[in-house]
Design a protein around this ligand. Structure first.
Ligand code: ACO
Length: 337
């Protein structure tokens, strides 16, 4: 959708990753893999995981939310809505957004979770910005957080090397029309649901001795299928969202894609004709952090001075569902450095 109402933009951003770092060398001791295989196929060198810290995703989300509010210069009472994109909530219910809302003291805020896999934060950006654009809310906190290290089978080398845990958050608020979130684009193909899923623990297949024995509470992924889908959809969703607001690849200052795999990222950038120096990549340090990936990358890029006020940023994600989502943001926060 393209904004025709008042502007909505990011006025504060923050992120958080747990301190335990698992390198490829560490993983070599757990499963039959090698640093060379992981780096060549994925670009990932290390990832942060909750490990022994006994944290849950709400704890990561709270840290990122506090940093985003500090960066925006607002108080918790100023927040009208908390949207939390996650597929690894603390519990099936209540919503992790409610746990975050309570712990940060956002007592005036409504709160709900949103499930769109690794596209979650793109979905949350589209959802949250519309509450601001319509004038319903002034400050919307959009959190993306996941801890997939808790859901991978640490004996399955095809998946355990890919994921890391983290949170990212942004505060959305009214900005000048023609700036902020210029357009968003979302899509889904439920026909691809089987290629990326956790089968057990829901209403179709509750947890039982048998599901535990068969490992159905772990991530199941058809990597090749997801790979092909990802390269195609990252490019298509980026083109669509740029067309919606009348820009081309030449207008893009920084491309900030979901950080699943650097091969997927560079293949998509090539299709989009976006040069490597305009692509932000931090997958090497975090792995695939699912819904946290895009806001974590945006925050790092901003803190590193890679995003200046007025820059045009394209974000795009893909994930379980299958889902995809993209956005064009004309950056409204003051330049750093
Ligand atoms: N170390 C060593 N060998 C491995 C490993 C490993 N960690 N994992 C798999 N292999 C082996 C396989 O067993 C296979 O061996 P074989 O040929 O003897 O059978 C060989 O490597 C090739 O396996 P593929 O799965 O075909 O490898 P591929 O080149 O496709 O790379 C990868 C695998 C990295 C998973 C890739 O398919 C990919 O990135 N897919 C997309 C994943 C993704 O982006 N997921 C997003 C999740 S989003 C969300 O919502 C959670």
């Amino acid at each position: 959708m393209t904004s025709k109402l008042c502007g909505a933009g990011i006025i504060g951003i923050g992120s958080f990753a747990p301190k335990t770092v698992l390198t490829n060398a560490d993983i070599e001791k757990i499963v039959d893999t090698s640093d060379e295989w992981i780096v060549t196929r994925t670009g990932i060198r290390e990832r942060h995981i909750i490990g022994e810290e006994r944290l849950a995703v709400s704890d990561l989300g709270i840290e990122a939310a506090n940093r985003a509010m500090a960066s925006a210069g607002i108080t918790p009472e100023d927040i009208d809505l908390v949207v939390c994109a996650t597929i690894t909530g603390d519990m099936p219910f209540p919503a992790t957004a409610c746990l975050i809302q309570d712990k940060i003291g956002a007592k005036n805020a409504a709160a709900f979770d949103l499930s769109a896999g690794c596209s979650g934060w793109a979905y949350a950006l589209a959802t949250g910005s519309q509450f601001v654009q319509t004038g319903m809310y002034k400050h919307v906190l959009v959190v993306g957080v996941d801890a997939l290290s808790k859901f991978v089978d640490w004996t399955d080398r095809a998946t355990c090397v890919l994921f890391g845990d983290a949170a990212g958050a942004a505060v959305l608020a009214p900005v000048e029309p023609g700036t902020g979130v210029l357009s968003t684009y979302l899509g889904a193909d439920g026909g691809g649901a089987e290629s990326l899923k956790i089968e057990a623990g829901g209403s179709r297949c509750g947890t039982s001795e048998e599901t535990l024995k068969n490992g159905l509470h772990f991530i199941h992924m058809e990597g090749r299928e997801v790979y092909k889908f990802a390269v195609r959809i990252m490019a298509e969703a980026s083109i669509k969202v740029m067309e919606q607001c009348g820009i081309t690849h030449d207008d893009v200052d920084l491309f900030v894609p979901h950080q699943a795999n650097t091969r997927i990222i560079y293949a998509a950038a090539e299709r989009l004709e976006i040069p490597t120096e305009k692509v932000f990549v931090n997958a090497q340090n975090y792995g695939n952090t699912s819904a946290a990936s895009i806001p974590l990358a945006l925050d790092e890029a901003y803190q590193a001075g890679r995003i200046k006020e007025g820059d045009v940023i394209v974000v795009v994600g893909f994930g379980a569902g299958l889902t995809w989502g993209s956005g064009v943001i004309k950056w409204t926060m003051p330049s750093i450095g």
